[in-house]
Write a protein that binds this ligand. Structure first.
Ligand code: ACO
Length: 334
């Protein structure tokens, strides 16, 4: 593998961290609030339980917890961060950015901070953005966080959606290293014509926060599940193929495929199409779909459990509202 063109710096993930709220809500707990069953949820999604944040915790609180773990793992202080990106669809508020709240909480006083909106693909987009900013030399050390308090934006009376999501945060510290390969060539795409299949239609400038809007429950996530399923499987499978081609690699070179944890059936369908079932990472049973947090939480688990060790290649692939999608290959250099 040749070095990146144009003398770009090679960027590595030098630390990871995750935070999951303590409160565990099982499928049996959900049976008490909507007409559902553990059997239905597990057979359709592979989910057994999810974590739900406390009322006094906002997304930035979850993000800051994950960030502290990632900084400790990287062995650096928060003042060394000069770029801080939070990927989220459940920000603390419209503005200022959740990233600015995280900055204050962790003392990253030298960081430039912003949020990135790409729904469940957000962390992957943020990873790519941070990599490129470091690679071209505009910053040195980046903190990329995916954090979600999905429980705030879910209609707990809608069994079609409320069983699918959970709260959590994951974080990655990035820096240029002397490695041969780090975060490699990514592939990304979007299709705004399909936005209505997965969205929160109310609360923004299109459909502002009025009593009527709230009466129609449009402040909550809406989803056409079957359509999302089909597009997610098709796009993530193609993104994996495209990322392998973009880096002149084959599936045999990848130690672990880490997909967005949307649900087990989606992950298994991708694994089956690519004939890599045994190398697909899956933790959706414990945390459900934590949207932008899912990928960095999964990376952290894969590394801490020893499933990924120095020199291994992992392939990250995501899909989410927008629709948005992408894939990146990362050599673990730590
Ligand atoms: N408990 C019991 N029954 C339910 C539940 C529930 N929680 N939710 C829906 N049902 C019912 C439906 O009402 C429907 O009943 P009906 O036939 O009487 O109308 C029946 O179950 C079948 O519904 P389907 O939609 O056909 O079920 P399907 O097998 O497609 O599974 C699911 C639904 C799990 C949502 C599936 O479509 C899916 O996985 N979609 C992808 C959604 C996803 O992952 N979204 C996450 C966000 S996007 C992302 O992260 C990539």
């Amino acid at each position: 593998m040749s070095k990146s063109p144009n003398s770009l710096r090679i960027v590595s993930i030098i630390g990871t961290g995750a935070y999951l709220p303590e409160n565990t809500v099982t499928n049996r707990d959900l049976e008490k609030i909507v007409d559902t069953s553990d059997e239905w949820i597990y057979s359709r999604t592979g989910m057994r339980e999810r974590r739900i944040a406390r009322d006094d915790q906002a997304t930035s609180d979850l993000a800051a917890e994950a960030a502290q773990v990632a900084l400790a793992d990287a062995g650096i202080g928060s003042e060394e961060i000069d770029l801080l990106i939070v990927a989220t669809l459940s920000p603390d508020m419209f503005f200022p950015s959740t990233a600015c709240f995280v900055q204050e909480k962790i003392g990253a006083k030298n960081a430039c901070c912003y949020d990135l909106g790409a729904a469940c693909s957000g962390s992957l987009y943020a990873l790519e953005t941070a990599k490129n900013q470091i690679a071209c030399g505009s910053v040195n050390t980046a903190l990329v966080i995916g954090a979600e308090k999905m429980s705030t934006f879910i209609d707990w009376k809608d069994r079609n959606t409320c069983v699918l999501f959970g709260d959590g945060a994951g974080a990655m510290v990035l820096r240029a290293t002397g490695a041969e390969r780090g975060v490699m060539n990514g592939v990304f795409g979007s299709d705004g014509s399909l936005a209505r299949l997965l969205w929160t239609p109310g609360g923004g400038s299109r459909n502002p926060m009025t009593h009527d809007m709230l009466d129609r429950n449009e402040q909550y996530l809406k989803m056409e599940g079957r359509d999302v399923y089909k597009h997610a499987v098709t796009q993530m499978t193609q993104s994996v193929r495209d990322a392998l081609a973009a880096n002149h690699l084959s599936a045999d070179d990848i130690k672990c495929f880490i997909p967005h944890q949307a649900n087990a059936r989606i992950v298994n369908a991708i694994g089956s199409r690519l004939h890599v079932e045994d190398r697909m990472f899956l933790n959706v049973e414990k945390y459900a779909n934590t949207s932008a947090a899912a990928l960095p939480i999964a990376i952290d688990e894969a590394v801490r459990s020893g499933r990924i060790v120095k020199g291994d290649l992992m392939l990250l692939v995501a899909f989410g509202g927008g629709f948005t999608w992408g894939a990146d290959i990362v050599e673990w250099t730590k």
